[in-house]
Design a binder for this molecule. Structure first.
Ligand SMILES: Cc1cc2nc3c(=O)[nH]c(=O)nc-3n(C[C@H](O)[C@H](O)[C@H](O)COP(=O)(O)O)c2cc1C
Length: 270
């Protein structure tokens, strides 16, 4: 199995696919992945692998995909965080097998996806993704989209990570055992590539914050999905590198900039 750091470094959103269905083996692999995803945030996430033709699933930005994976959660505290964490874990696990994905919150025929997922009144399906074989060449439209939202760029490390307080930027070398998990977090995908994550390291803990930059919709706060995605990159990297710890929601009362909300902390096991 590829190392998670290699998978994270080589991952990118895929919108142009070979025009073919998943093989039975790959279908079984995807089913196995989605049935066995665990999140540390306690809200169960239900995944389904859906045939595009059978359910009338469409996306204006996707070319060639025959299969989609969608996920829903109950609308409870921590729902978006759990969903983002679980969904990105799925994306990385199938990337290890060479399969492409892209989370779609806006660019999809939402009604047909929600019908296929049987989304009930107390539930939400924030994102779905095609799953298939990346085409050798991306569509013109995909290339233009990537340029327009600067998908290949990320904010500098010291602009999003801090030491002790938001007034002290953190350099990669100062992050010590947190450096690799934070570097991998920084590469996470996010809605319109906004990168809402911020983190303050303090002794044995990293405190994570969300900088609000997009309006909430009926689907909830999509940037909390981004936070879940980012935390999965941090967590999977920490696990691979043997950095043991756990997430605890214990607000350290650090003065945060405007529109910046405390989310959770990672504490290293003593
Ligand atoms: C929660 C979420 C929602 C997204 N929604 C869409 C979408 O509706 N349409 C789309 O084309 N891309 C969507 N994306 C993909 C992002 O644009 C992409 O992740 C970002 O530009 C970074 O590019 P990369 O994933 O290739 O690193 C979404 C990504 C996330 C994480």
């Amino acid at each position: 199995m590829a190392r998670i750091v290699d998978t994270i470094k080589s991952r990118r959103s895929v919108r142009t696919f070979e025009d073919r269905q998943l093989t039975p083996e790959d279908r079984a692999y995807v089913e196995d992945v989605i049935q066995n995803i665990e999140t540390p945030f306690g809200v169960p996430v239900e995944f389904r692998l859906l045939g595009a033709a059978e359910h009338g699933l469409k996306s204006p930005v996707i070319v060639g995909a025959h299969d989609y994976v969608a996920a829903k959660v109950k609308r409870v505290q921590g729902a978006e965080l759990s969903l983002g964490f679980a969904f990105e874990t799925f994306c990385l696990r199938v990337a290890e097998r060479g399969l492409g994905t892209v989370m779609l919150a806006a660019s999809l025929s939402r009604k047909s996806f929600e019908e296929a997922m049987e989304v009930g009144p107390g539930e939400v399906m924030p994102v779905a993704s095609p799953v298939g074989y990346p085409a050798a060449k991306m569509s013109l439209r995909e290339g233009m989209m990537r340029k327009a939202i600067k998908s290949d760029e990320r904010l500098p490390f010291s602009q999003v990570f801090f030491r002790g307080s938001f007034g002290t930027p953190l350099s990669p070398g100062e992050a010590v055992s947190f450096e690799a998990p934070l570097q991998m977090l920084r590469l996470a995908p996010s809605a319109t590539n906004k990168q809402p994550w911020r983190a303050v390291i303090d002794g044995n803990a990293v405190h994570f914050f969300e900088e609000h930059g997009l309006k909430e919709s009926a689907l909830g706060d999509i940037q909390k999905v981004d936070m879940g995605i980012a935390l999965s990159h941090f967590w999977l990297t920490a696990q691979e590198l043997g950095l043991k710890g756990r997430f605890v929601a214990c607000d350290p009362a650090i003065t945060a900039p405007k529109n910046t909300e405390y989310i959770t902390s990672f504490e290293v096991a003593q």
